[in-house]
Write a protein that binds this ligand. Structure first.
Ligand code: NAD
Length: 495
């Protein structure tokens, strides 16, 4: 049975007959092929997403190409005003978007209200204003009597591909800098979480964004996504998603000379020293392990604790994990909502089965769930804490991307740095100590793009964000996003 946008009256789709549509050249275009999108908290289909293909992408790229000359020559102040307007309208509809995001993704409603949608609003505001500052360089060569300076050009039609875990948060972190710098866009959100991106297109029109500047094509990765990557008129692709998908993307892009920005998976360690404020550390590490069901690329999934406080930490951490409420995302007491899909839940659970097979200790997470009737078909699991795991176990080397974390003891600083750096990923880490020298030493040696010392997920968009090793190529953030979404030219004038 198909339940489109049930009850609680969030979404008025009568004019669209209950179906999501592609947004091309400022218009909603009906597709004739659809795929199901599920509400993870009920397990029921709640939206139908266009199953777009290369032909749809081609139409979108043509619209974006046609819009490029006008948009790229629009004064930056004017572009900035439109981005600010998008931010204002989105903020005025925060409750509606938060509810849609939660139903589409499975995350708690309170989380969408305080993190996902406010951050999407901030992305537009931040780039609307940061790009107004002078980003060019100049240099005088006295010896030869010449002056050099740089100018920046938007690159063209940007292909933007985003994942399902933070749908609006991550998609707008690409759209905002791309269009602020004068590019036009063909975007494809995850087929599992397309509803809010589609709703946002109404706001683009209302804010006066010219037709064709942002086009959104919905569908699956190997079809619509790959068609964007392979399109000869898309000279740059910004992708956030899995490391395995990125391999396919790089191969598809190989015949072209495209700019690629890749924000990929992680296997993020927490390194916790004896002299840590234990209460604070447990509180934050619970969040860093289980927020958004552990489905944040920055979530902690290997917790190294120095032996002096290991037992105490495990006891307090497990007690706190057991107290987290799992269930209906609409319930404000829920900490952990539903995982994104039936398949993903099975994948995450397979790691717990692996732990059992390997003789590890599962300290919590297997207790039965107590779910309301309407959530019994949803994809829920309890926060799961595992100890007695070997360093070479797949539990320690592979990204699980769910509410599962492993705790391991360590003795020395040198040893923990080696173990923390031993995986293929290098996205982020946390370090906990009351000794500031230790924080500096260890932070310098960890091979990751971001280290949070005595905190987690404190984001400053002025700072570069991205991964080392198999966690990605390139950085996003104020200056870094501008670098990606522009071409720099050096002009040398002999005086
Ligand atoms: P995914 O790689 O399966 O999909 C990401 C996007 O790529 C989706 O829109 C998908 O449809 C598309 N896609 C899939 N195959 C494609 C192909 N062949 N060509 C072009 N596009 C294709 O990732 P996911 O499961 O949606 O997201 C989870 C992953 O994303 C995790 O690994 C997580 O760590 C990572 N992630 C990284 C960051 C970061 O900033 N580094 C942030 C969030 C998520």
């Amino acid at each position: 049975e198909i339940t489109y946008y049930p009850t609680r009256g969030v979404i008025a789709l009568a004019h669209l007959e209950g179906l999501i549509q592609n947004f091309i050249n400022g218009k909603f275009i009906t597709s004739d092929r659809f795929i199901d999108s599920y509400n993870p908290a009920t397990g029921k289909v709640w939206a139908k997403i266009p199953d777009s293909d290369a032909a749809d992408v081609d139409i979108a790229v043509s619209a974006a190409s046609a819009a490029f000359p006008g948009w790229s020559s629009t004064p930056i102040e004017q572009r900035s005003k439109i981005l600010l307007k998008i931010a204002d309208i989105l903020e005025s509809r925060l409750g509606e978007f938060a509810e849609l995001e939660s139903r589409d993704q499975g995350k708690p409603l309170w989380l969408s209200k305080v993190v996902d949608i406010p951050r999407a609003v901030y992305n537009f505001r931040f780039f609307a204003t940061s790009v107004l500052h002078d980003l060019n360089r100049s240099s005088i060569l006295d010896a030869v009597d010449a002056v050099n300076y740089t100018v920046r050009h938007p690159v063209g039609v940007a292909g933007l591909i985003s994942p399902w875990n933070l749908p609006m948060y991550l998609l707008t972190f690409k759209i905002a800098p791309a269009i602020a710098m004068g590019n036009t866009v063909v975007a494809k959100p995850s087929e599992m979480t397309s509803v809010t991106a589609w709703k946002m297109c109404e706001i683009f029109n209302e804010a006066g964004l010219p037709p064709g500047v942002v086009n959104i094509v919905f569908g699956i990765g190997p079809k619509a996504g790959e068609a964007i990557v392979k399109h000869p008129q898309v000279p740059l692709v910004s992708f956030t998603g899995g490391t395995v998908t990125a391999e396919k993307l790089r191969m598809a892009a190989a015949p072209f000379c495209k700019k690629l920005s890749l924000e990929l998976g992680g296997k993020n360690p927490a390194v916790i020293f004896n002299n840590t404020d234990l209460a604070k550390c447990v509180e934050v590490t619970i969040r860093s392990s289980f927020l958004n069901q552990g489905e944040i690329c920055l979530c902690t999934s290997r917790i190294y604790v120095q032996r002096g406080i290991y037992s105490k930490f495990v006891e307090k951490f497990v007690e706190a994990a057991k107290n987290l409420k799992v269930g209906d995302p609409m319930d404000e007491k829920t900490f952990t909502g539903a995982l994104i899909s039936k398949e993903h839940l099975a994948k995450v659970k397979s790691y717990v089965e692996l732990a059992e097979k390997e003789g590890a200790s599962i300290l919590c997470g297997k207790e039965p769930l107590d779910l309301p009737l309407e959530n019994q078909g949803g994809y829920f699991m309890r926060p799961t804490v595992i100890t007695d795991v070997k360093d070479d176990s797949r539990l320690i080397t592979e990204e699980i991307f769910g509410p599962v974390t492993c705790i391991l003891p360590f003795d020395t600083e040198e040893e923990v740095i080696r173990r923390a750096n031993s995986v293929r990923y290098g996205l982020c880490a946390t370090v906990w100590s009351s000794d500031v020298s230790t924080l500096h030493h260890v932070s310098h040696k960890l091979m990751v793009g971001t280290v949070w010392a005595n905190c987690w997920l404190v984001r400053d968009l002025n700072m570069p964000f991205g991964g080392m090793k198999d966690s990605g190529i390139g950085r996003e953030g104020a200056q870094d996003s501008v670098d990606f979404f522009t071409e720099q030219k050096t002009i040398c004038i002999k005086l």
